[in-house]
Design a protein around this ligand. Structure first.
Ligand SMILES: Nc1ncnc2c1ncn2[C@@H]1O[C@H](COP(=O)(O)OP(=O)(O)OP(=O)(O)O)[C@@H](O)[C@H]1O
Ligand SMILES: O=P(O)(O)OC[C@H]1O[C@H](OP(=O)(O)OP(=O)(O)O)[C@H](O)[C@@H]1O
Length: 230
């Protein structure tokens, strides 16, 4: 059985992902010319599909690829019931970023999710509408606010980019977004709530849970080889 691995074809995870496999002794060669989105691992029955980090999460979820390297945030956001569909086989130590709840710095008496719950509860009475949260992480936001913190009175405003600018632009009151150095949040006068880290994400080797993987020596070899160099 040929094993297919999805690796980032572009973006911030591209170089480190391919390098991990090389270091693990799985040397990737492109099939066709340099612009090809298919590759192979030399000497093994392994195909490489070069895809974007978000496509990789989707393709592992539906089992089109057996393994992939992508951010845990994209797995948890992209897939309902992620743990049933995929296994995080290894955390790779790059692509670190936190998915966080951030509010305007001028909200001086809001430092925690409990404080934010109080704000949300009387937001409509004060402002005539629900608290608006700008994010592209709507699944994680709903889980964190509704299930973990019992906050039900809010509205999600889908943001596809420049999310940190949404409060100043009047599109939303607060945001849920990814941060690494924190400089974009600071530049936009936002602060992370002290218990507002939803997920500490990093690049992961992720496996689609498939019955045919059980007892497959190549599957075990890939996981073993990657874990060994971490
Ligand atoms: N500073 C950062 N900002 C955004 N994402 C980051 C950052 N640091 C690490 N990441 C991680 O990188 C991954 C996204 O990478 P990238 O933006 O290259 O993906 P992509 O799917 O190709 O993006 P797009 O399709 O939006 O161009 C996510 O898993 C995210 O957690
Ligand atoms: O905490 P920081 O180090 O400031 O990083 C966080 C920012 O970096 C990313 O945007 P980027 O400009 O890379 O573009 P993208 O949204 O297209 O990935 C991300 O969406 C945040 O806006």
């Amino acid at each position: 059985m040929t094993i297919t691995i999805g690796l980032p074809s572009k973006g911030r995870m591209k170089e480190d992902s391919s390098a991990i496999f090389e270091r693990a002794g799985l040397k990737i060669t492109a099939v066709g010319n340099d612009r090809s989105y298919r590759g192979r691992v030399e000497g093994e029955d392994i195909e490489i599909a070069f895809l974007s980090a978000s496509e990789i999460s989707r393709e592992i979820g539906n089992g089109t690829v057996d393994f992939g390297v992508t951010g845990e945030d994209l797995i948890r956001e992209g897939l309902a019931d992620a743990d049933a569909k995929v296994e995080i086989a290894a955390r790779l130590g790059f692509g670190h970023a936190d998915v966080v709840v951030a509010v305007p710095q001028i909200w001086l008496d809001v430092d925690s999710m409990a404080d934010l719950g109080d704000v949300a509860a009387d937001f409509r009475a004060r402002h005539g509408r629900r608290l608006a949260i700008a994010t592209k992480y709507w699944r994680m936001t709903q889980q964190f606010f509704s299930r973990q913190h019992g906050i039900q009175l809010y509205r999600i405003v889908e943001s596809l980019g420049a999310t940190e600018g949404a409060p100043a632009a009047g599109q939303a009151d607060i945001i849920v977004d990814i941060t690494s150095t924190g400089s974009t949040l600071t530049a936009n006068h936002l602060k992370v709530l002290n218990d507002g880290v939803i997920l500490r994400s990093e690049a992961c080797l992720v496996r689609a849970r498939k019955v045919e993987h059980q007892g497959n020596p190549l599957v075990a070899k890939i996981i073993g080889a990657v874990r060994e160099i971490l």
